[in-house]
Design a protein around this ligand. Sequence first.
Ligand SMILES: [Zn+2]
Length: 362
Amino acid sequence: MAAGKIINEKSLTFLEKYLNNPSPTGYEWEGQKIWMEYLKPYVDDFITDTYGTAVAVINPDAKYKVVIEGHSDEISWYVNYITDNGLLYVIRNGGSDHQIAPSKWVNIHTKNGIVKGVFGWPAIHTRDKAKEETPKIENIFIDIGAKDKEEVEKMGVHVGCVITYPDEFHTLNKDKFVCRALDNRVGGFMIAEVARLLHENKKELPFGLYITNSVQEEIGLRGAEMITQTIKPNVAIVTDVCHDTTTPMIDKKKEGEILIGSGPVVSYAPAVQNKLRERILETAETKKIPFQRLAASRYTGTDTDAFAYSNGGVASALISLPLRYMHTTVETVHKDDVENVIRLIYETLLTIKEGETFSYFD
Ligand SMILES: [Zn+2]
């Protein structure tokens, strides 16, 4: 199974549809429905929980359980305050970037559907050149074309409405995928592709496989915290995005050296179980899958931490997809990396034996 041969027309159509659908933290269910619809032919069963996490299951009766996981939510804003003249101030729902807001279109999610808006900004002519204001959470604002607060309310917009960017999927120079929310909709895509390949290649696993698309990662790994208690897995292989550090103004001494197109990124961190990580690296070497290494101090900041530190300790590891411009509307990944993450998860799963403990003491 070689890179360049995994993503087909059907899977690309799914990725595009899944990305273009908004899935803000706390409101992930429409995206989960698209994801489950795609997975249906490849799995035996589904689990969903109260907050919207979705799990596709292969071999639901098996005692020994392996999770592969990505997260389904995307960063967004909340309407926080409406001025008398009808402008909206916002707070974050996840790590939304105030610096990129001015002059962006937005979709405000209301009961009656999407209301369009724009992040306004004072014109260059009207600004004090001696002390230019930078965009901050306190000074960015949305204009929805309403003349006052009353009209805002009539349009169905109120405090607590969530706001996403409308930016959709594009391809850059044939092999780069660009979209808002590739973090981490592409993770849900990659684990779904693993399930498809297992099915199409008629691979029988000796364990239960729980393909998990967690909600609420962006505000602190909450969906993973919940679902790991439900599944009680023996092993968890998590995938998320990490930073390409080769574009301007990123300090490699601080962030490490990671480049899109150079392969999946395997993390070293206390939450990563060493024997499981070594299995992933050995698999990469045997199957000639390129990889890069990344070290995390204390926390990985991904759902890996939530799985690792649950249920008395779950052998967990993190395979990341390098990405440029995280939490902007032009997140960029390399298609080869997407395929190689899929390959690495797939090939690693095929090495795991029923009942394996990954113990340091055997
Ligand atoms: Zn994120």
